[in-house]
Design a protein around this ligand. Structure first.
Ligand code: NAD
Ligand code: TYD
Length: 354
C-alpha cells in the first residue's frame, strides 16, 4: 500500500507515546505510523497490543542516541513528519542519574534533527519535526501567575534542565537552518498506562497493596493535571494545524495541591474497591521532600484554544475515575511492570525517605 504520509513517532511504547500512536493509527489509516522506541524500563509494547497488527503500523526497537542508526532509518524510510516523545521522563530518577537525561533528552533530540535535515533538503510544506516538551522548563511559580509561551526558561531539576536544553536546540535549528519544527510544552499528564513511579499510578498501586503513600514534604505542592488522551488530541491538532517555528502551551486548567489530589484519589479508590471511606487515607505518610522540589506549575493554554480550537474534554474527577478503573481492571499490566527492576528502583528511591 502506498501511504499518504510516513510519520516517525519516537517513544511510542511509553505512556503518552502509546496514546499518540493509537490515536494516529486509528484516525489516519492512510498514514504509515512508525514507532521507534528503545524499550527502556518505561517502554512497554503491551500498551499497544490492540493496534500492533494494523496495516499502517510498524515498530522498530532502537536508540535515538545512536546517530548512525537514526540516520540510516531516515534514509530508508523517508519520513515526512516526526513526533518526538522519547525521553527519560522522571524527575526523581534525574536526581539520581543526570547523565542518562543529558544523553537521551539532549543528544537524542539533536541526532533526530540532524537525520531529518539530511533528507529534508528543501523543507517542503508538509515536513515537520514536532518536539514534545514539558512545562517544567519554565521553573517554579509562586502562589499566583501562569506559564505562557513567552515565560523565560528557568529549569530547576536535571530532568527539566535536559528538556529545556533540547528545546533550545530545536529553536536554534529553527533560527539557524529554518528547520521546520514545532514545540509544545505540556503540564502533568495522568491516565492509563502511566508507569507506577509517577504520583497517581504509584499511589493506586500502593493502595492496592496496602503500602504507605509517600507524600513529599508537606504535600502543598501544586501541579496542573491533564488527561493523557486530551494531550494526544492536542498533539494531533498541533501536528496538523500548528505553525512551523511556533510554540504552544498545553494544560488542563486544573490545579491541585498534591495532598488534596491524594485525598480525592483515596476517596475514589475506597468507593471503587468497596472499602470503608477513610481506609486508603490511613496510608498517607509524609516523607522527606524531593531535593529542589518545584512549588507550583500552572499553564495558560489560551494560545492553543484561540488559534487551534483545542481545549481539555474531561474534568479531573471524570478523568481520575477512568484512570482508577483502568488500573483496577488491568492488574496484570501493573504486575508485569512492577516486577523486576522496578522493585529495586522503588526500594532504593524510598529507603531513606520514611
Ligand atoms: P515515558 O517515560 O512513559 O516514556 C518514554 C519512552 O521513551 C519509553 O517508551 C522509552 O522506552 C522511550 N525511550 C527512552 N529513551 C530512549 C532512547 N534513548 N531511544 C529510544 N526510545 C527511548 O514518558 P512519557 O511520560 O510518556 O513522556 C513522553 C514525552 O512527553 C517526554 O518527552 C516527556 O518529557 C514529555 N512530557 C511528559 C509529561 C508527563 O506528565 N508525563 C508532561 C509533559 C511532557
Ligand atoms: P511526579 O508524578 O513525579 O511528576 P513531576 O515531578 O514531574 O511533577 O510528581 C507529581 C508531584 O507529586 C510532585 O510535586 C512530586 C509529588 N510526589 C510525591 O509527593 N510522592 C511521590 O512518591 C511522587 C512520585 C511524587
Amino acid at each position: 500500500m502506498k501511504f499518504k504520509r510516513k510519520i516517525l513517532i519516537t517513544g511510542g511504547a511509553g505512556f503518552i507515546g502509546s496514546h499518540v500512536v493509537r490515536l494516529f493509527v486509528n484516525t489516519y489509516p492512510d498514514y504509515l505510523i512508525f514507532n521507534f522506541d528503545n524499550l527502556t524500563y518505561a517502554g512497554n509494547l503491551e500498551n499497544l497490543k490492540d493496534i500492533e497488527t494494523a496495516d499502517n503500523y510498524r515498530f522498530e526497537k532502537g536508540d535515538i542516541t545512536d546517530a548512525l542508526l537514526v540516520s540510516d532509518l531516515f534514509h530508508q524510510m523517508q519520513f515526512d513528519g516526526v513526533i518526538h516523545l522519547a525521553a527519560e521522563s522522571h524527575v526523581d530518577r534525574s536526581i539520581d542519574n543526570p547523565m542518562a537525561f543529558i544523553h537521551t533528552n539532549i543528544l537524542g533530540t539533536v541526532n533526530l534533527m540532524n537525520a531529518a535535515r539530511e533528507i529534508w533538503a528543501d523543507y517542503q510544506l508538509n515536513q515537520r519535526f514536532y518536539h514534545i516538551s514539558t512545562d517544567e522548563v519554565y521553573g517554579s511559580l509562586g502562589e499566583t501567575g501562569l506559564f505562557t509561551e513567552t515565560t523565560a526558561y528557568d529549569p530547576q531539576s536535571p530532568y527539566s534542565a535536559s528538556k529545556a536544553s533540547s528545546d533550545h536546540f530545536v529553536r536554534a535549528y529553527i533560527n539557524t537552518y529554518k528547520f521546520p519544527a514545532i514545540i509544545s510544552n505540556c503540564s502533568n499528564n495522568y491516565g492509563p498506562n502511566q508507569f507506577p513511579e509517577k504520583l497517581i499510578p504509584l499511589f493506586i498501586h500502593n493502595i492496592q497493596n496496602k503500602k504507605p503513600l509517600p507524600v513529599y514534604g508537606d504535600g502543598n505542592y501544586t501541579r496542573d493535571w491533564l488527561y493523557v488522551e486530551d494531550h494526544a488530541r492536542a498533539i494531533d491538532t498541533i501536528f496538523h494545524h500548528g505553525q512551523r517555528g511556533e510554540t504552544y502551551n498545553i494544560g488542563g486548567h486544573n490545579e491541585w495541591k498534591n495532598i488534596d489530589l491524594v485525598r480525592l484519589l483515596c476517596r475514589i479508590m475506597d468507593e471503587e474497591r468497596g472499602q470503608a471511606q477513610g481506609s486508603a487515607e490511613q496510608l498517607i505518610t509524609f516523607v522527606k521532600d524531593r531535593p529542589g522540589h518545584d512549588k507550583r506549575y500552572a499553564i495558560d493554554a489560551g494560545k492553543i484554544k484561540t488559534e487551534l480550537g483545542w481545549q481539555p474534554s474531561l474534568n479531573f474527577e471524570e478523568g481520575l475515575l477512568l484512570t482508577v478503573r483502568w488500573y483496577l481492571q488491568n492488574e496484570i499490566w501493573l504486575q508485569n511492570v512492577t516486577s523486576g527492576s522496578y522493585q529495586t528502583y522503588y526500594e532504593k528511591q524510598y529507603l531513606n525517605r520514611f
